[in-house]
Ligand binder design. Structure first.
Ligand code: SF4
Ligand code: SF4
Length: 135
């Protein structure tokens, strides 16, 4: 079995297309949508985890590229650099999975890696560059 997390960017013409359905139905891939952003008449962005046999995943990725979907690998890891973090809490409302949370008693921000879906939402909001991404 193969597993790949990728970021898909759809041009406007493909937003209405049943791309994920096709991946499941025609390419035997299982899909877990981690994040979706669609702006009508602009472009769409999906963060997905593709599962299946190595061949199925490769064929699915090839299909996406052939129809014009931009495919980028998702970061391998997001790190919380404690020495830079001021526990300002600016990142907390942006984290969709509560991987970043604050201990109200101590006013200290902590990071639970197992909850992180690598969506990168915390990176631009941290003024102290305490969230780092590794590809
Ligand atoms: S925004 Fe940055 S400095 Fe502030 S709590 Fe989050 S990681 Fe720490
Ligand atoms: S990458 Fe996303 S899920 Fe992970 S800590 Fe940052 S905001 Fe939360």
């Amino acid at each position: 079995m193969a597993k790949k997390k990728v970021i898909l960017t759809f041009p406007p013409a493909l937003i209405e297309e049943p791309v994920t359905y096709n991946l499941i139905k025609n390419y035997d891939c299982q899909i877990n949508i981690l994040k979706a952003t669609v702006r009508p008449k602009e472009k769409g962005r999906l963060v997905i985890e593709l599962n299946g046999s190595k061949e199925a995943v490769n064929r699915g990725l090839q299909y996406l590229k052939e129809i014009g979907v931009q495919v980028e690998p998702l970061a391998q890891e997001v790190r919380h650099l404690k020495e830079r973090c001021t526990s300002c809490s600016a990142c907390i409302p942006h984290c969709p999975t509560a991987a970043l949370s604050i201990d109200r008693a101590e006013m200290k921000v902590s990071f639970r890696r197992e909850r992180c879906i690598l969506c990168e939402a915390c990176l631009p909001v941290c003024a102290y560059k305490a969230m780092e991404i590794e590809f």
